[in-house]
Design a protein around this ligand. Sequence first.
Ligand code: HAM
Length: 436
Amino acid sequence: MGRKNKSKIILQTPKGMHDILPKEYAFYKAVYDKAEEIANYYGFMPIVTPHLEKTELFSASLGNTSDIVEKQMYTLKTRGGDKLVLRPEGTAPIMRSYIENGMHAWPQPVMFQYSGSFFRHEKPQKGRFREFQQFGLEIIAEEKPVAEAIIIKVLSLILEELNIRPIIVHVNSLGDKECRGLYRKELIAYYRKKINQVCKNCKKRYERNPLRLLDCKEEKCIEIKGGAPQMLDYLCSNCKQHFKEVLEFMDSGDIPYFLNAHLVRGLDYYSRTVFEIFEERPEYQNENNNGSSLALAAGGRYDYLAHALSNKNLPAAGGALGVDRIVQLMMEREITIKAVKTPKIFFIQLGTAAKYKSLKIIEMFRKAHIPIMQSISKDTLKSQLRIASKLNMAYALILGQKEALENSIIVKDMDSGTQDTIAIEKVVEYIKHKTL
Ligand code: HAM
């Protein structure tokens, strides 16, 4: 391989993964800060689980026929021979942690918030990455509809307070084991007659996971879906009542929603309520909007997940925000975020005595909550002043040999070029006064 080609490969992030540079980072931080702030008020406790988990955790819970388990997991064999996977999502690991750590002995329900990177080997496209970040919420050991209502409320609030408005929550109910079975049969009967008209992928879905037929984005399949039976017509009375209460909570909580009778989800662990949250744009107002807009958050109830892992019956609900998609949208819409304190002061030192004093001076400013930039490895005044002016600093603090001996420092106004000599113990106050 030529040197040029080799460095081209080395100098690229892996496909579907990206660096977060300082400007973007400010948006990620704004999203996480807001999400944590609101989740804390609602009583969600923070939890961190490993990036690697046993493969079976996901194959047992997400469903063997789900896209994630079938083709999107990053699996690896460790030196010790264990088969591990880079977590593709956060709900199964949190349920694992609940069971493993005996959290049934804690006051119930247990409410968690979490964040971090997740990994899926998907076809990269706008808003779809192979490493992406989520902020998630889970309420474990709660069967009442208020669980879904709180999750949807908190996720919506976070988006709205980030100035992503208006939003719309698409909701549906997938029923429970019994009523879903009946619906599945009806759906199969409907598609049996149309099987020659659907796409290649849907033919496979028909055989392996018929509910996923409703998730197809191909135009001809969307049309066929229009006439498909709707789950809501097959709900048993308990599931109907449960869903009614979820909707009542949404009505009374002023949460804008759209009853999307064909909404299904890519993970098999869901039962009853499922939801996806979108930015609302006039052009997206139909149930097939997934083609033109991407879900900013999604989730639902997963009453059977714990049973799939350990034969325990533990009703639960949750949801997660897609942080990368939110950041992209905020940047596209030029939504402003609270400005991060960027340094306006550049510290310059000349000579050995001044170098030794440098860290003390930076620390004096840190204690006063004033960030400063520096380039301590540089030696000449010219090189340091050049950096200060490139970074558009308002003031340069210059500590030369003489000043180091006399315990003073020069404050140079970078715009006007004027300068004052100030006693070191007074410089923090002096700068505070100047920059306020
Ligand atoms: P999910 O729908 O797979 O659900 O992901 C939740 C959100 O993460 C999506 O709505 C989307 O915003 C974002 N997301 C998913 N995949 C990608 C990707 N490849 N690139 C960028 N963003 C992505 C879950 O993961 C469930 N664990 C959510 C949940 C929590 N359900 C119950 N509790």
